[in-house]
Structures are given as structure tokens and as C-alpha cells.
Design a protein around this ligand. Structure first.
Ligand code: 5CA
Length: 464
């Protein structure tokens, strides 16, 4: 993309309505614009990041064997009356009446609708296990929408639902989700710690929230600092293996880590004092096992191997896709702007032309642009007639992890400059070497992906 053809309405001043850094930077970098309280338009740069996050979620869901589908945002109240949640959900549910005076609602989550699909089509245990998910807009009429996309009223969520014959099978689905979520967040450059939590209006006894530690987080959390040393990394996990998934779950959840709702002061005090931490966190996902809470009232039953009809065991699992954009920025920025992790960056590499209009500089930039594009990378070329300082400021603000700077002086010696946004370090390299280096960084970024046949192409539809 050439900046002269792009829509990047960056703001020089700090918007006064933004209280936290991610909200400020998203507005300043021209990623979003508020449409009304807690409701945002996603401008081209913001949408690109949202799509990158979404793509990682799809790929990791496919890897875990979950099936993508899509349900409507507007639902009839009838099913919600059947489950008893139409009244129970309260003021957070946006209720709508259609022209025939029928009660409709904007979906805050979709347990009822998916259970209805299941009960209409599945009647035998032989069709289990089954996990389906969607990434779809949700609406919750939050009493205090704030912090930009972090606590919106309209927000983008991955919501997945598992159907299993027995509690044991459903707990395997729970553990499998935990593992796949860990991999999902790690690919986004985030550490999200599973913490025992409260299940709220979704219900059930078993639930973990995934929290990214950040001072601006809305949740107070209590944990043993040893949990922050654990990573999934590149290890291979067989998602069908009950033992492997359980082992990872136990490794990540046996140390003390809880949100304030489930905090147990006595147990916390048993942790050696130097490892006790009280901090704040951003909830970027939550997994639930709730047994037959929805399958029973809605009559989602299957015939078991013994011929008897039993309600299925279910769980639901959410990832805050739009919230993640803010959470990643909270975890990765400096005074000059955003620092995107390679896994979610909107463009892979910036190209800054220090002397637009200089024949040699222009030609070198065009060549870099073509070479990077030919490798399947997306460069953002700042081809504006602006001074160098302004170009650097924009690049730093929008946070591309790598930048190639091209100027007549360097070109005389056959070099351009490759700069790392995170460290600020620069190297003088030939244009060819700079391109090769950027390509290598992105190729080695997720080595486990290359080994994985179904993902090898990583085209948009691998998850369908
Ligand atoms: N049905 C379950 C699982 S699909 C569910 O709705 N879970 S949830 O309520 O925990 O939401 C899932 C994730 O959506 C949360 O972890 C959070 O990251 C995100 N989320 C929830 N409310 C908001 C909001 N108002 N704004 C932005 N993201 C939100």
C-alpha cells in the first residue's frame, strides 16, 4: 500500500476523551472512530489488525478441530424465554420490537441459538463430539462503556460451543479449548494467564478467564508469580489426546491465579511472600463448562450407546476479538506509539523515502516495494512529499515492527537502513539483504505453522 492512496487520518493531538493509552493510540493512529457511546467504525488500518487477529483465531480453531459457522446478530426472544434467560439477562440485553410487534434482541452471546440448531439435527451419540464456533458481532448494553474497544457495547467476539455425551468428554473439550487459546494468544505476542473466575450470566461451575496483565486492566487479579514463567511455546500438542490436553491444563492452572470474584485470601497467603502478586488484568477470553444448563430446558438430547436419551454436556468459550486490539496495544507500545507484534501487524514493513522525487530514491523504494510484495508480504510505502521527521513520527505511531529507510546518501554507498521498531536499532544493509532479512523474520516467526500441512498455504479459507 502507498500512503498517498491510503486513508490514515492520524491525529497530532491527544484526544481528550481517551483515558487509557490503547484508546488514545487507536484514535491517534486513525484505526477507529466512535459512532456513538461504545460503538465504533473500524477504519482501514484498524480493520486490518482486527482481520489479522480474526485469522489467527480461525487457524487455531481449525487446528483444534472446531468448525466455523455463522449465526445472526438479531434473534427472536422465543428461545431465550425457553432457557429462562430472556428475563435473567436484564438491562444489558438490547431488546427490539419488529413491525409485527414480535420481541427480538441483538445477541449478547448465542448458547440458545446453537442449542436449537443442535437439537434440530443431532439425535445420536455417534455424531459427538461436536464443537462449532463463530466470530460475530455482539451487543451488550454496558452501563459504562469505556476505554474504546476494550469495553464497547458493540464488540466482535469468537464464541464456540461444544456438545459431548459425558461430563468427561466435555471436560476434555474444556481442556482442549484452554490449550488452543494459549496458542492463539501466544501467536499474537501476548501472555494471557488462565485464572479461575466467576461464571456470571453464562452459568456453570468450571470457568477460567484469560488475563493479560496491564495496569489499565479492569479486573483485579491475585497470582503466584511463577505462573508468568510458563509458556506453551512450540511444543506439539495432539488435541485429540485427553492426557496431553489435561497435562497442559494442569500445568497452567495448578498454581494460584484468580480474579477478585473467586479470590481466597487464606490460600493466597500460603504462597511464599516473594511470589505473591496483586495486579490488574484485561480479560481477553473465557471458557466455561456448564453441563446440561441449556441442553435440559431446551431438550437437546441424544440417544446414548445404551439406547437411553440423555441431555448433552456443553460448554462455551469466548475470545474478545475486538478487545484484543486494545489489549495488544496496552501490552506493547512506547511514548512514540504502538509496537505491533509481528503476528498481528497491519503491514509487515514500512518503507520511508527520505527524498521523494529524487529519481534514485524513488526507484529504490519501488524496487523494495515490489520485492517485498512478491514474497507475499505487505509493505506500507510512505511516498508522501513530507519531511523525514513527519514520516518517522507516523511510522512510529502506527507501530509497524520493521522499517526500511531509503535516502540518496545511503544509496550512494549501496545501502538502505533497516530499523526495528521495538529496540530502535538500525542496520545499514544492501536493499536485497534488507528484504531477505524481513522475509526471514516473518518466515521464522511461527515455525510450528510451517510443519503443519493443513495450514501450510495459510490462505484465508483454510479454516472453512
Ligand atoms: N458465551 C460465552 C462464551 S462464548 C461468553 O459470552 N463469554 S464472555 O461473556 O466471557 O465473553 C467473551 C469475551 O468477550 C470476554 O472474555 C471479553 O474478552 C469479551 N467481551 C465481553 N464483553 C465485552 C465488551 N463489552 N467489550 C469488548 N469485549 C467484551
Amino acid at each position: 500500500m502507498r500512503l498517498t492512496r491510503y486513508f490514515l487520518p492520524v491525529l497530532k493531538e491527544n484526544p481528550s476523551e481517551a483515558q487509557i493509552v490503547s484508546h488514545r493510540l487507536m484514535l491517534r493512529a486513525g484505526m477507529i472512530k466512535q459512532a456513538s457511546a461504545g460503538i465504533y467504525s473500524w477504519l482501514p488500518l484498524g480493520l486490518k489488525v482486527l482481520r489479522r487477529i480474526e485469522q489467527i483465531v480461525h487457524e487455531e480453531q481449525a487446528r483444534a478441530g472446531h468448525l466455523a459457522m455463522l449465526m445472526p446478530t438479531i434473534q427472536s426472544a422465543d428461545l431465550w424465554r425457553e432457557s429462562g434467560r430472556y428475563d435473567a439477562y436484564g438491562a444489558e440485553m438490547l431488546r427490539i420490537t419488529d413491525r409485527h410487534e414480535r420481541d427480538m434482541l441483538f445477541t449478547p452471546t448465542a448458547e440458545e441459538l446453537i442449542t436449537d440448531i443442535f437439537r434440530s439435527h443431532v439425535s445420536s451419540y455417534k455424531d459427538l463430539p461436536l464443537t462449532m464456533y463463530q466470530i460475530q458481532w455482539k451487543f451488550r448494553d454496558e452501563i459504562r462503556p469505556r476505554f474504546g474497544v476494550m469495553r464497547g457495547r458493540e464488540f466482535y467476539m469468537k464464541d464456540g460451543y461444544n456438545f459431548d455425551l459425558t461430563k468427561e468428554d466435555a471436560l476434555h473439550a474444556y481442556n482442549r479449548h484452554l490449550v488452543s487459546y494459549l496458542r492463539t494468544y501466544e501467536r499474537m505476542g501476548l501472555q494471557a494467564i488462565p485464572m479461575r473466575a466467576d461464571s456470571g450470566p453464562i452459568g456453570g461451575d468450571d470457568t477460567h478467564e484469560f488475563l493479560v496483565l496491564a495496569d489499565t486492566g479492569e479486573s483485579e487479579v491475585f497470582y503466584d508469580s511463577a505462573v508468568t514463567d510458563i509458556r506453551l511455546g512450540e511444543r506439539e500438542i495432539d488435541y485429540d489426546s485427553v492426557d496431553q490436553c489435561r497435562a497442559v491444563m494442569e500445568e497452567f492452572t495448578s498454581l494460584y491465579a484468580r480474579t477478585d470474584e473467586t479470590h481466597d485470601a487464606a490460600r493466597f497467603d500460603e504462597i511464599p511472600e516473594e511470589r505473591r502478586r496483586v495486579a490488574r488484568g484485561i480479560e481477553v477470553g473465557q471458557i466455561f463448562y456448564f453441563g446440561t444448563k441449556y441442553s435440559e430446558p431446551l431438550g437437546a438430547t441424544v440417544q446414548g450407546p445404551d439406547g437411553k436419551s440423555t441431555p448433552v454436556h456443553m460448554g462455551s468459550h469466548g475470545i474478545g476479538v475486538s478487545r484484543l486490539v486494545g489489549a495488544i496495544i496496552e501490552a506493547s507500545h512506547d511514548d512514540n506509539g504502538i509496537i505491533w507484534p509481528e503476528g498481528v501487524t497491519p503491514f509487515h514493513c514500512g518503507i520511508v523515502n527520505l527524498k521523494q522525487g529524487d529519481a534514485q530514491a524513488d526507484e529504490a523504494c519501488e524496487k523494495l516495494y515490489a520485492s517485498l510484495s512478491a514474497l507475499g508480504l505487505e509493505p506500507l510505502y510512505d511516498d508522501r512529499n513530507e519531511r523525514a521527521g513527519g514520516k518517522f513520527a507516523t511510522m512510529d505511531l502506527i507501530g509497524l515492527p520493521w522499517r526500511i529507510t531509503v535516502g540518496p546518501r545511503g544509496l550512494k554507498n549501496g545501502v538502505v537502513e533497516l530499523t526495528c521498531r521495538r529496540t530502535g536499532e538500525s542496520e545499514e544493509l544492501s536493499p536485497e539483504t534488507a528484504v531477505a532479512k524481513v522475509a526471514e523474520i516473518y518466515a521464522t516467526h511461527h515455525p510450528h505453522l510451517q510443519k503443519d500441512e493443513p495450514m501450510a498455504g495459510r490462505s484465508f479459507h483454510t479454516w472453512l
